[in-house]
Design a protein around this ligand. Structure first.
Ligand SMILES: Cc1ncc(COP(=O)(O)O)c(C=O)c1O
Length: 387
């Protein structure tokens, strides 16, 4: 794991555990962004983009390589939300179509479901969790068997809990039922191996700024060649389509139909650098290191009498959530911050498809990355113990 640790950014005084919010970009990523901005300052944005065009093109290859897709199946966009929205709003829904989703769905995605319900008359149904707290595959199978499911849209790793939903099992069922499968991989990209062929998803959305350690304001969408012809982008500009004459246009033949012309070139080059670093380190190694640290953190927190680890699921990510009896999460986050430990407050109360009465309204979210050290984990546990 030497190389994983060697990638540790210079943050000696603070132990940084908000990787599910925004992970720390590496020196290489930051340098890539700054170098391009400096080039823009010298020669202007258009010429700088021309000079970087081969490298920008290679970001598609890098993103495709990360998830075992083809570069033509990648659209570079400004966030996971925009990637997800472009995919979702491209689906030509009909009244009565069923959308199946998870209890832990991200609020922006849930809002889009409700919007589609109002706009097209689709039905939105929430698949329950199993008794381990991950999406229940048997319930999903039964719900699919009732027919009429146009879309299964779930998050791989939610924002408020450490659970990893069983993406490949969900994909197998969705494919068997002839439903589209849209996977929100915002929190899993960069910490878990992702293979769209193995998972069986048709659409997948990714952000740059979280576990991938890319710049903010970057993301990408995967749209499989298989489903591309059936998708009608909700927005077109002169990147997404060609204006052929006064009356006609042609969509880009590939996933670039979901892009917009104007781009944060520096950010996207940084995203490419971040993806290349993650691929170079290896998804399996990253996952192993993140799991090891997260297990250590959960074990340590569990030894503190009045602390409850809130993560569910048979498989867990680096996102570790906990509460302490009688203390507000916000107060704990503040206390940890003052001790030089950066964590975040997460709000399960905002996941409104999760109607369990016993869920905590707020949790402390300490999301470990491979660059965290065992000593930082001890510091986090000791600080929580001492607060
Ligand atoms: C599961 C999940 N999906 C989507 C998003 C949205 O990501 P972005 O803000 O980068 O668009 C988040 C952000 O926290 C998330 O946790």
């Amino acid at each position: 794991m030497t190389r994983l640790r060697a990638a540790t950014p210079g943050c000696a005084r603070s132990a940084y555990f908000d990787n599910a919010g925004s992970a720390l970009p590496s020196e290489g990523v930051t340098r890539t962004v700054i170098d391009h901005l400096l080039l823009e300052q010298r020669v202007g944005g258009y010429l700088a983009a021309d000079r970087a065009s081969c490298r920008l093109e290679s970001v598609y290859t890098s993103a495709a390589g990360l998830i075992n897709a083809h570069p033509d199946e990648i659209a570079l966009v400004e966030s996971a939300t925009r990637a997800w929205d472009m995919a979702f709003y491209s689906i030509p829904f009909r009244p009565g179509d069923r959308i199946l989703t998870s209890r832990s769905e991200y609020p922006s995605n849930a809002l889009a479901f409700l919007h589609a319900r109002k706009r097209y008359g689709v039905r939105v149904e929430v698949v329950p969790d199993d008794d381990q707290g991950q999406l229940c595959v048997d319930s999903l199978a039964a719900m699919l068997d009732r027919g009429g499911v146009r879309l299964v849209a779930v998050n791989h790793v939610p924002t408020y809990n450490g659970v990893v939903h069983p993406a490949a099992a969900i994909g197998a069922l969705a494919n068997r039922a002839g439903a589209l499968f849209l996977l929100d991989a915002c929190q899993s990209a960069g910490q878990l191996p992702l293979d769209v062929r193995e998972i069986g998803c048709h659409l997948l959305s990714v952000t740059g700024r979280k576990y991938l350690r890319g710049p903010r304001g970057t993301g990408f969408l995967y749209a499989s060649r298989e489903v591309l012809p059936a998708l009608d982008p909700p927005l077109l500009d002169l990147r997404a389509a060609t204006w052929q004459d006064g009356d006609t246009y042609a969509l880009q033949p590939n996933a670039r139909r979901f892009e917009s012309w104007e781009k944060n070139v520096a950010g996207l080059l940084g995203l490419g650098a971040a993806i290349d670093e993650a691929r170079d380190l290896g998804a399996d190694r990253i996952r192993a290191r993140v799991s090891q640290l997260a297990d250590r953190l959960r074990d340590g927190l569990s030894t503190l009498g009045d602390v409850t680890v809130r993560d569910s699921g048979a498989v867990r990510s680096g996102i570790t959530t906990f509460t302490r009896h009688g203390r507000d999460a916000e107060e704990l986050v503040k206390g940890l911050g003052e001790a030089g430990v950066t964590v975040a407050t997460a709000f399960p109360s905002r996941a409104r498809f999760d109607t369990r009465p016993d869920k905590p309204a707020e949790v402390v979210r300490a999301s470990v990355h491979y660059y965290n050290t065992e000593a930082e984990v001890e510091k986090l546990v000791d600080t929580v113990g001492g607060l």
